[in-house]
Design a protein around this ligand. Structure first.
Ligand SMILES: NC(=O)c1ccc[n+]([C@@H]2O[C@H](COP(=O)([O-])OP(=O)(O)OC[C@H]3O[C@@H](n4cnc5c(N)ncnc54)[C@H](OP(=O)(O)O)[C@@H]3O)[C@@H](O)[C@H]2O)c1
Length: 226
């Protein structure tokens, strides 16, 4: 039986990942701030309460799960930045929002990757996934959204470093963009539904090979420019 750990598992893309992996018969380690929201979902789901920026809690969870082999770890939890886009626009930049966005989108996934690298390395599939964004691409940038974009660019760099540093353990590190999706973050005007994005991402993850290590892909498997 394969095991997946998902952060931000109780809402949006994370909730759909949880539901679909459970339906596939996977053992799901579903980490969320409010794991009660997962109570109705059928399958082999193990709820863990986790605020991803509580690094003591991250280490404690890694210790608690020290016997586990985690085939796929999905760092999904993320924020767009409270108080809307104006706080991230030139002329009205709010440094507090920078700190919030970087803490959740950039620092937390790296601390989680560090804490759980051995759990992933001892598994069969050995896949470490960051849910990033095309907005983190430097070569495909049209400006604005300074904090969110930069947080995902830095996340991409972290995953590139992890792809080098964990290569000798056989871990496949991939930065994966879900597309622009109708969630609380993506908004109702997004072109993709969750049902179009998440099954695509699961198909991409299922098909990852060692040669995909260090790549930046989107939900349909297309390679993205860094
Ligand atoms: N939707 C899009 O169009 C889109 C596009 C590109 C990338 N993404 C990325 O996809 C990922 C999921 O986004 P989404 O669209 O599903 O957004 P969402 O509906 O707003 O959900 C965000 C998830 O992250 C969790 N989260 C946020 N801060 C957290 C924290 N400090 N500790 C633990 N969990 C936390 C939330 O948990 P709570 O329920 O506890 O708040 C929620 O489960 C994010 O990394 C996002 O940047 C989304």
């Amino acid at each position: 039986m394969s095991t997946v750990l998902i952060t931000g598992a109780a809402r949006g893309l994370g909730l759909d990942f949880t539901t679909r992996y459970a339906a596939k018969g996977w053992r799901v380690l579903a980490c969320a701030r409010k794991p009660d929201a997962l109570k109705g979902i059928k399958g082999d789901i193990h709820h863990h309460s986790l605020e991803v920026t509580d690094y003591k809690a991250v280490k404690a969870l890694a210790q608690k799960l020290s016997g586990e082999a985690i085939d796929v770890l999905i760092c999904n939890a993320g924020v767009g930045g409270s108080r809307g886009e104006s706080a991230q626009s030139l002329g009205s930049l709010d440094p507090e929002i920078w700190r919030e966005v970087f803490e959740v989108n950039t620092l937390a996934p790296l601390m989680i990757a560090e804490a759980f690298a051995d759990h992933v390395a001892r598994s069969k599939q050995r896949k470490l996934i960051a849910i990033t964004s095309v907005l983190g691409s430097i070569s495909n940038n049209n400006g604005g959204r300074y904090f969110y974009r930069a947080s995902k660019t830095a996340l991409n760099m972290e995953w590139s470093c992890l792809s080098k540093d964990l290569a000798d353990k056989g871990v496949i590190c991939v930065a994966l963009h879900p597309g622009w999706v109708q969630t609380d973050m993506g908004g109702s005007g997004a072109p993709l539904t969750i049902e179009q994005s998440v099954p695509g991402m699961i198909k991409v993850i299922d098909g990852l090979k060692p040669s995909d290590n260090g790549h930046y892909l989107q939900y349909d498997g297309t390679e993205l420019p860094w």
